[in-house]
Design a protein around this ligand. Structure first.
Ligand code: G
Ligand code: G
Ligand code: MN
Ligand code: NA
Length: 256
């Protein structure tokens, strides 16, 4: 079967699943949040990562539907965690939002309804938006970003440093955090020049009034260095791989 039609059926058959990767506050070494990452539990091919099907979703016009499924699933999960657990203070779940979702007029209205239905406050989420989208943003994107902010959902620039970042647009951007791409984190311990480069990027993020999240942290030395460079948050295999919701719950209750 064609991948697109298979994916369409998978959405209807609830074969998608949200995995969670912890985000750690480097100042306290505590879990400050998690990034939700979509997986497809394929009946024959096993657990599929997004690179196996997101392009097909985009081509098949399924991105908006997939994104809404994710957002609904995550907000439901956050609602249960808030009711059933004592969450770390300020714990929030970051969700990736595709450009097509942001270009769709009623993203903010959809999010508002979800939050109300599940009794979840907007600040419990963070929506990750890729840097490249922001360069070509139009009226609908701007209106969505403003409306999301108005309902208290923080925004975060994803893949920072890899896109076409124009320094000037940073100042006007309604984002709370910027996430440094793992290609930048990865060279941290190898080259002095890379360390200085990351340091300058962190300064830039802070000067723009945002907090910084570093992704792709795989070694303790990288976490230590990032902390010394005043990076607030970090995420990566050193702390944990993306895990199923049940495992994330165990992290949150201290059972793991
Ligand atoms: O873990 P990883 O292989 O899960 O993710 C690969 C890429 O897929 C990441 O760049 C991430 O931004 C993207 N991705 C993961 N989950 C989602 C999702 O729910 N929506 C969108 N739009 N992108 C996602
Ligand atoms: O949204 P985004 O592209 O940035 O999603 C994060 C992606 O990075 C996911 O595919 C996730 O599985 C992956 N990832 C998370 N932590 C690490 C890490 O420490 N090392 C590497 N190589 N990949 C990571
Ligand atoms: Mn992301
Ligand atoms: Na990223």
């Amino acid at each position: 079967m064609h991948l697109v039609s298979e994916l369409r059926r998978a959405l209807a058959a609830d074969q998608l699943e949200a995995f969670y990767q912890p985000i750690v506050d480097l100042r306290t070494d505590r879990v400050a949040g998690a990034e939700a990452l979509v997986r497809w539990r394929h009946p024959e091919r096993g657990l599929l990562a997004p690179d196996a099907f997101l392009d097909a979703a985009e081509e098949g016009g399924l991105m908006v539907e997939l994104g809404r499924w994710m957002l609904g699933n995550v907000v439901g999960q956050v609602g249960r965690w808030t009711r059933e657990l004592e969450l770390p203070e300020n714990f929030r779940v970051h969700v990736n939002i595709s450009p097509s979702e942001l270009r769709h007029g009623d993203l903010a209205a959809f999010a508002t309804r979800l939050l109300q239905e599940q009794g979840v406050e907007g600040w419990r989420l963070t929506l990750e938006i890729t840097e490249s989208l922001l360069v070509t943003r139009g009226d609908v994107v701007d209106r969505n970003m403003e409306a999301l902010r108005a309902i208290g959902i923080p925004l975060e620039i994803d893949d920072f440093g890899t896109g076409y970042s124009s320094i000037s647009y940073l100042q006007s951007l309604p984002a709370e955090n910027a996430k440094i791409d793992r290609s930048l984190t990865q060279g941290l311990l190898v080259e002095d020049q890379q360390r200085q480069f990351v340091s300058a990027i962190l300064d830039l993020i802070h000067t723009a009034g945002m907090g910084a999240v570093a992704e792709g942290v795989e070694e303790r030395g990288q976490a230590d260095l990032l902390r010394s460079l005043r990076c607030e948050y970090a995420q990566g295999y050193y702390f944990s791989r993306p895990v199923p919701a049940e495992t994330m719950r165990e992290y949150l209750t201290g059972a793991r």
